[in-house]
Design a protein around this ligand. Sequence first.
Ligand code: B16
Ligand code: MG
Length: 218
Amino acid sequence: MHKKGFIFDLDGVIVDTAKYHFLAWKNLAKSLGFDFTEEQNEQLKGVSRVDSLKKILAWGNTSVSEDKFQELMTLKNTEYLSYIDKMDDSEILVDVPRVLDFLKAKDQGISLGSASKNARRILEKVQLLPKFDAIVDGNDVSKAKPNPEVFLIAAKAVNCKPEDCIVFEDSVAGVEAANLANMISIGIGSKDVLHEADYIFKDFSEISEAFITELINK
Ligand code: B16
Ligand code: MG
C-alpha cells in the first residue's frame, strides 16, 4: 500500500464555522456603519484573519489606525469564540468521521491544513483532535492561502511528498493553494465556485471508499 498524505481544511470541510465567521464579521462591519453580502463573504473563506479584515474595511471604504485594526481583530475573534465555545460533535459535517476512520484503517497520513488560529480549540470542541497525525494551522504559517505554505508544512508533518498528498478544501483560495503545492485538490462545495479543483463533491457523503482507495493507489 502506498502511503499518502490526506490534508483537511477545517472551516467548511470538517465543520461549518464559516457561518460563525460571517456572523461575527457582519456585526463588526455593522458597528463601523456598513454591511457586506454573502457573495463577498465567499471571498473571505480560507483567508487569514488579518487579510479578511483588510478586505472588509476596503469594502466599507474605511481605513483605521494600526491600534484600531488590532482592536477590531480582537473584537471579532471574541465574538467568534463565543460561538465556537458552544460547539459539540453534532456540528461535524456529514460523513467526515467515516472518511477519517477509513483513512486511519488504511494507515494513511492525516493532517489538518487550516488558516485558522483557533483550529485546535475547534477540533477539541468537536472531539476530533485525536484523529489527526498532525495539525498545521494559522499559528504555523507566515503566508496565507492561496500561498501553498500551510499544505507544504502539513505534508512534511506526515512525511509525504507534495505530489503524494490530497487536499480537501471548501475555499477558492485553498483550492488554488493545493494546486500550487502540486497536490490533488478535492473541492467540497459548489461546482460553480470550486471549478479549479481536480474533483468536486457536495460533501463527504458523495465520497466513496472505492474513490479513496483509488487515490491511495494512484
Ligand atoms: P481565525 P480554514 C479559515 O479557516 C476560514 O475559512 C477563514 O474564514 C478565517 O478567516 C481563517 O480561517 C482564520 O480564522 O480567525 O480563526 O484564525 O478554512 O483555512 O480552516
Ligand atoms: Mg475552509
